[in-house]
Design a protein around this ligand. Structure first.
Ligand code: SF4
Length: 284
């Protein structure tokens, strides 16, 4: 999964809008330190290293945190995101099934967020087939290009493995959604079209945050995304998309940008035509 900063803003329409993992869930559950995916853009690694909780060089060694396995999990208000600062890997399958089972037994709604391994997803679908109404999968699939995936997410499963996991969960009748965050392609239309038949809920598009390396996700690219997908009910934009545009073009009112993103997040009505008009004026 992609781990991003958490904050909260309030719109004109008085809707509470959240960012980072809080855009998707109210609380989270994790039980491992480190993550073998070792994504170059990993924000969790950066934060933990900043607070001396982990050495950058140790991040890819995953360590079970026993105390989190036994920590009580009661019924929580809102949805739980599981996990947010590591991934679900075959080596810790037993623990994954155990802790997910405890969350479900407490009647929680769980967003299982992962760069999926087929073995893990197959076991979850089998073991919790009777509780599928409490689970939504959110698979992070940032590109189909093996070269880009190997560079940015060196330890994560390949595109075919992630795609196979998506198809499996969909065919077993589970709720499925996708995070294309950070989007590694300038043009994600083929990726979206490939994933779409197996997605029951939503496809989230997001940009690379806090990583100066990435050449894409420019303002120009984001405007293309907004125009390609403005009428697509399946597509949602992470709020960082609007923030980036607002940061880079102070002539466009931040509230208008926010409305574009929020409309695609299911909150308020769009002002995209107004936004596009401003953008065109700026170009001229
Ligand atoms: S999958 Fe793991 S390494 Fe990649 S961003 Fe998430 S926590 Fe970091």
């Amino acid at each position: 999964m992609s781990c991003t900063r958490v904050n909260e803003t309030r719109t004109q329409a008085n809707h509470v809008v959240t960012a980072g993992t809080k855009e998707w869930a109210d609380t989270n559950v994790n039980f491992i330190d480190g993550c073998e995916n070792n994504c170059r853009y990993c924000y969790a690694r950066k934060i933990k290293a900043r607070f001396d909780q982990v050495k950058i060089s140790d991040w890819s060694t995953m360590k079970l945190v026993e105390s989190r396995l036994t920590k009580p999990i009661g019924h929580r208000r809102g949805r739980i995101m599981f996990p947010t600062v590591h991934d679900l890997v075959p080596r810790f399958l037993t623990e994954t099934l155990y802790i997910l089972g405890r969350m479900l037994a407490a009647r929680n709604s769980v967003l299982v967020t992962t760069k999926p391994h087929l073995d893990v997803i197959t076991e979850i679908c089998t073991k919790f087939a009777g509780q599928k109404d409490q689970i939504q999968f959110r698979f992070t699939i940032t590109s189909m290009d093996p070269v880009k995936l190997a560079y940015w997410e060196p330890g994560a499963p390949s595109f075919p493995t992630r795609m196979g996991s998506l198809e499996h969960a969909f065919n077993r009748g589970f709720k499925t959604s996708i995070s294309i965050e950070p989007c590694l392609d300038e043009d994600p239309r083929v990726l979206v079209a490939t994933l779409r038949p197996f997605v029951t809920e939503s496809i989230w598009l997001g940009i690379m945050n806090y990583c100066g390396e990435h050449p894409f996700n420019s303002r120009k690219t984001i405007i293309k995304w907004l125009n390609w997908f403005q009428d697509d009910p399946l597509i949602r934009f992470k709020d960082a998309v609007g923030k980036k545009l607002a940061r880079e073009n102070d002539k466009i009112a931040a509230k208008e940008i926010e409305s574009v993103v929020l409309e695609h997040s299911g909150y308020v009505q769009t002002t995209l035509p107004i936004y596009t008009m401003h953008a065109e004026k700026k170009k001229r």
